[in-house]
Each structure stands twice: as structure tokens, then as C-alpha cells.
Design a protein around this ligand. Structure first.
Ligand SMILES: Nc1ncnc2c1ncn2[C@@H]1O[C@H](COP(=O)(O)OP(=O)(O)OP(=O)(O)O)[C@@H](O)[C@H]1O
Ligand SMILES: [Mg+2]
Length: 460
């Protein structure tokens, strides 16, 4: 067996010594408890609970920076509310079906038959009645990042409301918007329920398709007969409502909540909690968790970053066949996460911009931490001609450098030399060798091994 096969079978044989349950650290996992969000959960639950008594809860806007638990809290509440509603509904139905006295059963059945003007009071009417006594709560979660037109959002909400058969589903495109509106209204009403719609990343929706849809949704209760709609909007942007029509603003922002970033202690508790389920207890030190929490606390108190750091550290330790997750792996994980993040940004750059970055990085790896616009332009021109590309002029290269600066990949600074004039100093903010390797694996593979001439004498 060769080394690769050996390594793979070693891991399988050991079953890994770090992870007890990998799923627990994935984004899709919703834990049963969310430390340090108890107050927020209580506040939202207090508003939503009216839905269980048949009232329409006020619309809610949730704000907070990235990784503060907005999505996970909403999903947890949505799950709990729906379960509770189903429980109440089932209990009511059970009361009707469980009437074991035939006599009493007949009286009740006859009374309901008369009341509802039906010939036989049977199971179906039992269900109807339960729905009258307790209107079911149905929740629909939409991530507006993925679904960003009025048409798509409306049809998705309607299609997800009930397990309609395929023929009954609204098409994802092709109908005039008026037709969509009336068919959506029909579906909403025929679900005969209290519909809680969660619009996550709601600002994306407005940014891409205006606030018409929010106007429609916040007004829809006036047109519905049997169902009612309530909305939870989630956004990173505290000023999001300012961009909306004043009528939408007052309806959507009827209740507003802000989730604060987590501090290091809170992040440590969150990680501790997840770690108990995710790792074997002997595989992880408490200090490692505190370290990951402290790093993430410095980066805006983002729980996603803290969890990512812990997960990647554990993956690296496991790949190394290490029985313990030590601090060393946290350092490696930090570097890996940063390189992956930058690589992802670099991958999406246009070819000419990639080449300008490449030229700056080539200087960096040859020991010049800082360079000048003039030097970048010359190196770029050298490489562009090697690739038979159109060689852009100085002004265009400077524009591309400004783009790179905006993305945080490089830093440019104007330095004045008094009467000797000014010069722009350029510095790369990203790990040179790793990114160059990535670029060599892509469109710039032809440049592998070609070093630019180092003509420069300026030192900084
Ligand atoms: N209090 C908490 N306890 C446990 N896990 C948490 C907690 N808060 C957040 N998380 C976890 O952190 C990650 C990020 O949380 P979430 O996706 O809810 O953030 P968000 O506020 O919606 O961020 P964004 O604005 O970027 O969408 C998720 O994996 C989530 O499970
Ligand atoms: Mg979110």
C-alpha cells in the first residue's frame, strides 16, 4: 500500500481522535441552547407568543453585526413556535376524537353538525374545528441573498407554505406579477394559518429589487380573509429602514431589536458549549478554546469566526494524527483561514487586475516589502507582454491598484519628498507566496519561473 492509502486507512481505523460529532460545528447545525442570547430569545418569543392565541404578532426587525446569532436565533424560535402550534392543534383534535362516551360523542357531534351546517360531524370537521379554535402557525424562512426578486420571493413563500403537489406549485418565472399576486393570496388564504415570514438579509432584497415587495407584504393582511401574515426582517445594517417608504418603515419596524457583538467571555462559553458535543473531552484544552474566543472577540465578536477557527484547528490537528488540539494548530488555522479568504477574493478578480496584484506580490517575495507605482507599472508591463496581453497604460494600472486597495489586498500611500516631489508607496497586505502559488495554478500558469528584472534602488 502506498503512503496516501496508508494515511487514509490510518484515519479511518482510528475514526479520528478529535471529533466526536463533526456536524455540531457546521453552519447548518442549530444547537438546542444559545448561550448569551437568552434575553433576545425571550424578547422575541414574548412578541410571537400572541400567534398561539390566534392574534397576529407585530412585525419585527432584528439588527446586528455579522456572526451575532440573528439567523440561528430566528431559526430556533421558528422551530419552537411551529412545534408548539402543532402540539396545541393535535391536543385539540385529540379532545374531539377521544370522547369515549358514545352518547356524549353524539351530542357533541350533532351540536357541531348543526353549528357548522354539515350533515356528518366527522374527522375532517374535527380538523377544521381545531383550526378554528387554534389557527396553526406556519413559518417560512427566506434568505434574500439567494432570492432577490419580488417574483421569486412571493412564489417561494407560497410554494413552501404547504406540501402542494407539483402541478399546484407556482412557476419560478413566467407569470405576470398581478397573476402571481392573486395566486399567492389564494395560497395564503387556503393555508388558513398564521404565516410567519422570516426575511433574512432583507437589505439585499431592497437593494436589488426595491421596497415594493415589502409594501405588498406589510399590506397583505388587508386582502386576506382566513390567514394572517407577520414578518421578521433581519439585517446587518442598522439604518436599513431609513431607505424605505415611510408606511413600510412604520409597519416593518413595529418592534426593533439589536444583537450586540459577543465579547471574549461570551464567545468562550459558546465554544465551550459546542465543544462538549463536537470533541472528545480528552482532545481539547480549555486554553485553546479561550484563545480562539479571544482572537474572534478582537475581530468584531463574530461567533462564526470563532467557530470556524476552532473547526479548522481541529481539522488540522486531525490531519496530523494528533491526539490533542494544541495552540499550535490554532496558529496554523488562522493562517489557513486568511489565505483561503484572500484566495477567494483573488479568484474573482479580472485577469488584468490579477496581473497587477501578481506584480506587487512578486516584489514582496523577493524581499521588497514596499514598492512604488513606477516599479509596479514596469513589472506589470513586463509580465503582460510575456502573456501577450494588451499592456495597459500607467493611469489604468493605477486605477486597478485603487481597486485592489479598496478590497484590502494592498495598501497605497502617498509620500512627499519635499522639493524632490511625491511618490506612491505600495505594500501588499496578503501572504505573497501562497497567493502567487494559487495564481500559478490558474490563468497565470505561464509566468511560473519567470522573475522580473529587479531594476530598483529605492529602499523604504
Ligand atoms: N449564542 C450562540 N450560541 C451558539 N452558537 C451561536 C450563538 N450565536 C451564534 N452562534 C453560531 O455562530 C454562527 C453565526 O451565527 P448566525 O449565522 O446566526 O449569525 P448572523 O448574526 O446571522 O450573521 P450574519 O449577519 O453574517 O448573517 C452560527 O454557526 C451560529 O450557530
Ligand atoms: Mg445571518
Amino acid at each position: 500500500m502506498d503512503k496516501l492509502a496508508n494515511d487514509i486507512f490510518d484515519i479511518l481505523e482510528l475514526g479520528g481522535r478529535i471529533f466526536k460529532n463533526r456536524e455540531v460545528l457546521r453552519y447548518s447545525y442549530i444547537p438546542d441552547t444559545l448561550p448569551h442570547r437568552e434575553r433576545e430569545i425571550q424578547n422575541i418569543a414574548r412578541i410571537l407568543i400572541t400567534s398561539l392565541a390566534g392574534h397576529t404578532p407585530s412585525n419585527i426587525m432584528i439588527y446586528g453585526m455579522t456572526g451575532t446569532g440573528k439567523t440561528v436565533v430566528s431559526k430556533l424560535l421558528m422551530k419552537a413556535l411551529q412545534e408548539k402550534s402543532e402540539m396545541i392543534n393535535n391536543s385539540i383534535q385529540k379532545i374531539f376524537f377521544d370522547l369515549d362516551s358514545e352518547f356524549l360523542g353524539d351530542i357533541i357531534s350533532n351540536a357541531f353538525s348543526a353549528l357548522f351546517n354539515v350533515v356528518d360531524f366527522d374527522e375532517m370537521y374535527g380538523k377544521e374545528l381545531a383550526n378554528i379554535l387554534h389557527k396553526p402557525v406556519k413559518c417560512v424562512y427566506i434568505n434574500c441573498q439567494q432570492m432577490d426578486t419580488q417574483y421569486r420571493v412571493m412564489t417561494q413563500i407560497a410554494n413552501r407554505l404547504a406540501p402542494f403537489n407539483e402541478d399546484d406549485r407556482l412557476p419560478v418565472s413566467g407569470l405576470p406579477i398581478d397573476e402571481v399576486h392573486s395566486r399567492v393570496l389564494d395560497k395564503f388564504d387556503s393555508s388558513n394559518s398564521l404565516i410567519l415570514i422570516i426575511l433574512d438579509e432583507i437589505d439585499r432584497l431592497v437593494y436589488k429589487s426595491g421596497d415594493d415587495i415589502l409594501y405588498t407584504l406589510t399590506r397583505i393582511n388587508e386582502e386576506l380573509q382566513r390567514s394572517k401574515v407577520s414578518i421578521i426582517g433581519i439585517s446587518n445594517n442598522l439604518n436599513f429602514l431609513d431607505y424605505l417608504d415611510s408606511r413600510v418603515r412604520s409597519s416593518l419596524g413595529a418592534e426593533e431589536l439589536v444583537f450586540d457583538p459577543y465579547n471574549a467571555n461570551q464567545l468562550r462559553d459558546i465554544l465551550d458549549h459546542r465543544s462538549e458535543e463536537a470533541f472528545y473531552s480528552e482532545a481539547i484544552d480549555h486554553e485553546v478554546i479561550s484563545h480562539c474566543a479571544a482572537i474572534a472577540a478582537q475581530e468584531n465578536g463574530d461567533a462564526r469566526k470563532a467557530l470556524d477557527l476552532l473547526r479548522v484547528s481541529a481539522e488540522l490537528a486531525e490531519r496530523d494524527h494528533s491526539p490533542r488540539l494544541s495552540e499550535m494548530y490554532v496558529k496554523q488555522a488562522q493562517k489557513k483561514i486568511e489565505t483561503d479568504r484572500v484566495s477567494q477574493v483573488v479568484r474573482t478578480l479580472p485577469l488584468q487586475t490579477k496581473l497587477v496584484l501578481y506584480s506587487i506580490l512578486q516584489q514582496k517575495i523577493s524581499g521588497r516589502m514596499k514598492t512604488t507605482t513606477k516599479e509596479v507599472v514596469e513589472t506589470y508591463s513586463f509580465y503582460a507582454s510575456k502573456l501577450d496581453l494588451t499592456v495597459l497604460g500607467r493611469r489604468q494600472v493605477v486605477n486597478l491598484m485603487n481597486e485592489l486597495d479598496k478590497l484590502g489586498l494592498i495598501q497605497t500611500k502617498v509620500i512627499s519628498f519635499g522639493r524632490h516631489g511625491r511618490t506612491t508607496v505600495v505594500e501588499a497586505n496578503v501572504p505573497g507566496a501562497d497567493i502567487i502559488n494559487n495564481l500559478h495554478n490558474g490563468l497565470l500558469s505561464k509566468l511560473k519561473g519567470i522573475k522580473p528584472r529587479m531594476l530598483y534602488s529605492t529602499t523604504f
